[in-house]
Design a protein around this ligand. Sequence first.
Ligand code: ADP
Length: 732
Amino acid sequence: MGDHYGDVKVQLGQMKSLGEDAEKEEVDPEEEMPVSSPSASPDPTGCITTAPGADALSTNICKQKGKRSTKNPCGRPLQGFPAHAVKNFNSAICDQTLHIKGTGKILQGKSAESNGNYVGVHESSNTQETRCEDEFKLPRKRRPVTVDTSKAKTSLEALKLSIKELQWKEFHTGRRAACDIYWHGVSFHDNENIVSGQVNKFPGMVEMLRKINLSRAVRTMQELFPEEYDFYPRSWILPEEYQQFSTEIRMVKESDATESPTFIVKPDGGSQGDGIYLIQDPGDLKLVVGAQAKQAVVQQYIHKPLLIDKLKFDIRLYVLIKSMQPLEIYIAKEGLTRFCTEPYQEPSQKNLSRVFMHLTNYSLNVQSGNYVHSDSQNTGSKRTLSSVLYRLAAKGVDIKRVWSDIIALVIKSIIAVLPDLKVHYQADIPPAKPGPTCFQILGFDILLMKNLKPVLLEVNSNPSMRIEHEQEVAPGVFEYVPSPVDEQVKVGVIRDTLRLMDPLNKKLTATPQPKGGGSDPVEVIPADGDSQGRSPDNADNLPPLCLKQVYPKYTKQFNHLRLVERIAALFIRFLGVKGNMRLGPTAFRTFIRTCKLSNSNFTMASVDILYIDITRRWSFALPDSREAGMGLQAFVEAFFNLAGRRFKSLALREQVVSLLDLCESHLGPPSGAEDRRSLSCSRVLPRGGRTRALYLPHPRPISPAVHRRATSQDCRPHQRPKPRTLRANVEN
Ligand code: ADP
C-alpha cells in the first residue's frame, strides 16, 4: 500500500501570507480594549491570514463560491494534483451531501437557514451594563467579548492569537467581575466559582472519555445498533473480562490454527501511548501492577492500516460540541495526521515491541531519529489532513465517501457518550444553579484501514492546542519553536469556536424536533453560523468558518440512535435529590410504579430483587464508589432487562423502544420549564445485529449484565474524587 502511494509527487500549493508583527503591547487586563477594526487583514483571496508573528499558512481548505476546479480555496492552483483529485477533495469537504457507509445512502444536509423562530438569549448583567456604556460612546461598535484565560495552560498561545484576531479582550490572570467565556486547560472543575458565562469544558467529559467508559458506552450502542457501531474495534475491559477475552481468543485459534490475532492493551486513563503494548497471546497480559489489578482496555489491533510512504498514520480531527441540549456538533474541516517513523510491517512476534512502527503518537515518534519536523503542510511526520486527502484523491480514492464515514463516526460516538454526560451535567449544574453553560472541543483519533474504512481509536477531552514544539537547537540545548502546521490548524479551530460561542451574537432559530427520537424539545440552529462556512459575526474581515455544522444538520440520519438518551431522561427524572447521580431503591420502585411496570408476574418483590442484584454487581465493579445506589449504566442494564421481560418476542432494540414508549406514555412530557431544564445541558432555551468484526469473528452479543460488570466512572458519586489522571492537552 505504501508503494502504491510512494511515487505520488505531492506539491500542495502553500500560501504564505504576511503576518502582523508578533509582539504588540499587552493590554492591561482591567482596561477596556479599544474597539477598532481587526488587525488581521484577510488575504485578498479570502483565505485565513497569518497568525501574528509566525510563518502563516492558509487554513482554509474549502472552496469558495466561484473558485473551483484546479484552484484551492485560496484561488491558487494546486500544483501536482490532477483536476479530478482537487474537485473530489473540494466537494468532499464542502458539499452538502454525504454518503452513509454501507447503505449507499447519501447524507443530505438541511440548510440551517430554513429554520424558524428566533429565541432570546440570556446575557449576564455585566454584559448589558457594558453594552449600554459602549453604545453611548461608540455607536454601532459593540463591546469586546471577555475571555478568562487564566486556566488555559498549554492552549494559551493559540488562544491569545485567536482573541487578538477577534479583537476580543483577554483576562490572563482572571477577573473579579464575570467574563463571557472561561477557557480551561483540563476540566470543567479547573475553576469551581463560575456561575455565569460559558466554560469550554463539560462536566464529566474527562471521565466519560477515559478508555473504559468510552468502550462501555460504545458497546451499549453496539448492542442496540450493531451495524451502525462497527467503527470501534472489539474491546474487552480488564481485569474483569479477562476470562471472557482469553476464552474467545482460544476458540478463534482452535477454529483456525493459522489465525494469530493481535491485540493492543491500553491502560485506562493513559495517554500519549504510555503503557501501551501489543500481544498475540492472552497469557502476555500484564494484569497486575504492584498489588493492584490494572484497569485497561484490550482491543483488537487493526493490522491492515492504510499506509502512506509505507508508514502508518492516524488522523486527529477537532470536533466542537457547541451545545448538548439541543445537540449541536461542528467538525473542523482541517485536521492533523501523525505519522509513524518506521516503515510498517504486519504484526509478528518479532516486531510487536517496535513502537515507532505500530504507534502513531507524536510524543513517542518525536523521540525517534527519523522524526521530521516540517514547516510545510504536506511533508514530515505531522501533516495537515487536507494534504493527505488531496494525495488520496490524486490516486482516485473516493474522498467524499471517506469524509462522510468520518462524519458519521463522529456523530455516532458523541451520541454514545451523551446520556452519561447529561447525568453529570445535571449533577454539577442543577437546574437551580444559574449557570454557566458549556461547550467543548474534542480531539478524535481515527485510523483509516487499508480498505479506507475509518476506525475510532479514542476521543481526547483535552486535545493539545500547543502551537510550538521542542527542538534541539544546539547539542543538548532544547527550545520551543513555532510549529506552523499546528498553528495553521489549531488557531483556526479555537478562533472559530470562539466565534460560534460569541455571546453577543447569538441569533438562534427554533425548529420543531423531528419525530422519532431524541429528547430535545426543539432543535435550535444558529441562523448565521451555517454550514456554508459564512461568518457568524458579520465580521467581513474574518475568514469563513473552518468549522462545519454536522448536527442538527444531519438529524434525520442519526436521531433514531438517541435511544439511551431517552433512558437517561427517565433516570434523571427519578433521581430526585439535586446533585445526585445514583438512583435509590425507593426511587427505582417509584419509577416502576409510575410507569406501571409491575404485575402479577413481576411483583414489587421481584423489582427489589432486580434492583439489589444489578446494583450489587455494579458496586463490586466500582470499589472506589462512595455514593450508594444505581448509576445510569446499571439503570440501562435494568431497563434492558425490564424490556426483555415485557416484550419477549421482540428483538432487543424493539423491546427497548416499546418500553420507552410505554414509560413515556405514563409520564407525559416534562412539565414546565423546570423539568425541561433538568434535562438541559446548554441554556440556549429561554430561561424559565450485526457488528461487523473488523477482522475477528464477532461472537454472539453478550448480555448487558456481562457487559456491565466493571468499573465505570460514569457511576461515580457526586462527591467524586479527582480523576486519577487529568492530563492537560494531550497531543498524542
Ligand atoms: P493514547 O491515549 O495512549 O494515545 P490510543 O488509543 O490513542 O492511546 O492509542 C495509541 C496509538 O496506538 C494510536 O495512536 C494508534 O497509532 C495505535 N492504536 C491504538 N489502538 C489501535 C488499534 N485498535 N489498532 C491499531 N492501532 C491502534
